[in-house]
Ligand binder design. Structure first.
Ligand SMILES: Cc1cc2ncn([C@H]3O[C@H](COP(=O)(O)O)[C@@H](O)[C@H]3O)c2cc1C
Ligand SMILES: O=C(O)c1cccnc1
Length: 335
């Protein structure tokens, strides 16, 4: 079947369902996207796995977050114990969850629920030099790519935990979108006005080290985090495996922009879940020409927003597969 024939058959199948044409709005577009990714008019969308990547950030020593770096490790143990927002949302929505130590300060985790794949115990501080070496970046991308391809999941979501990672994502967004740095900086975990002023000063100094940087590989090494690099790699791997990728908030979307700049085709597999309350998210979404499904004022990360849209995407595919057509149900068409 040619692409044109496939598109015509897909449109006919959706328009033939027992509803006024277009009446399921963006649910129809979602169903069509999944059909295109899987290259079938009868896509399958049964299983989803959220992988949360966790890592620490050298820049967090400079007062850019409302919380200390120790929270990264403490939250990983909370994920392992099942107590975080991401755990609760996964359980309710039948999404599997795994946690990866991409580079948390304090060494390996000794609980079986955490996969230890650390690149180092946190990045270097991007105020002083590159956050990671090129070798570390490439190792993180490769580890992520493997995770994006493993298993038999129909859909995947990627979350993150890393105190200071709104700073890393903001610096990446500045480099890759060309938006003014100040317009991208937000309060992250809830900085007060003094904290926000500090964050503006610190990020301004870090960005000034590499003015005019636009290359995604370079931006990732200069400003990234190990969790952000692994998410970008995982998205590349998942797209290659023709999996649907549910893209979470500000940090996950910054990783998505890196992945798309590295390999534009992977954009086709991405479903953008929600618009984060972090102000820089919109600029990244614009750069990706993405209109997210939800706008709930979320500003948590962990993959929480991505998991919330899983039932919606599954519903779209059920519409395509299970809903009756005018013909099959004997319902009269338009006059
Ligand atoms: C208890 C707690 C749970 C979290 N879960 C996700 N984040 C989110 O907040 C952090 C980014 O914000 P910033 O750049 O301001 O540090 C990341 O760890 C992100 O995953 C959390 C933050 C905290 C404090
Ligand atoms: O939208 C996000 O991903 C986000 C926003 C604030 C803090 N952590 C994550």
């Amino acid at each position: 079947m040619t692409d044109q024939d496939f598109e015509a058959a897909l449109a006919a199948r959706i328009d033939g369902k027992t509803k006024p044409q277009g009446a399921l709005g963006r649910i129809e577009a979602l169903a069509a996207q999944v059909a295109r990714v899987q290259q079938t008019l009868t896509p399958r969308l049964q299983s989803c796995c959220l992988t949360i990547f966790a890592a620490d950030h050298g820049i967090a020593r400079h007062g850019v977050s409302a919380y200390p770096s120790e929270v990264t490790r403490q939250m990983v143990l909370n994920f392992a114990a099942g107590g975080a927002a991401a755990n609760v949302f996964c359980k309710v929505n039948d999404v599997a969850l795994q946690v990866v130590n991409s580079g948390v300060i304090g060494g390996r985790f000794l609980v079986p629920e955490v996969r230890n794949l650390p690149i180092a115990e946190g990045t270097a501080c991007s105020l002083e030099g590159p956050a990671m070496t090129r070798a570390q970046r490439d190792a993180a991308l490769a580890a992520g790519r493997d995770i994006g391809q493993e298993g038999a999941w129909d859909a995947v979501a990627f979350g993150e935990m890393g105190i200071g990672n709104t700073s890393a994502a903001t610096l990446i967004a500045h480099a890759l979108t060309g938006s003014e740095l100040d317009a991208l900086i937000g309060r992250g975990t809830g900085l007060d006005d003094a904290g926000l002023a500090t964050k503006r000063r610190v990020l301004g100094q870090a960005a000034a080290r590499r003015p005019g940087l636009t290359d995604p590989d370079e931006a990732l090494a200069e400003f990234g985090g190990f969790e952000i690099a692994m998410i970008a790699g995982a998205m590349l791997g998942a797209a290659e495996a023709r999996r649907i990728i549910l893209v979470d908030g500000f940090i996950a979307t910054a990783a998505a922009l890196i992945a798309v700049r590295m390999e534009p085709m992977c954009r086709d597999a991405m479903i953008f879940a929600h618009r984060s309350a972090e102000p820089g998210h919109q600029a990244i979404l614009d750069a990706l020409q993405a209109e997210p499904l939800l706008d709930l004022g979320l500003r948590l990360g962990e993959g929480t927003g991505a998991v919330l849209v899983w039932p919606m995407v599954k519903s779209a595919v059920a519409m395509l597969n299970d809903m009756a057509s005018f013909d099959s149900a004997g319902v009269s068409g338009r006059v």
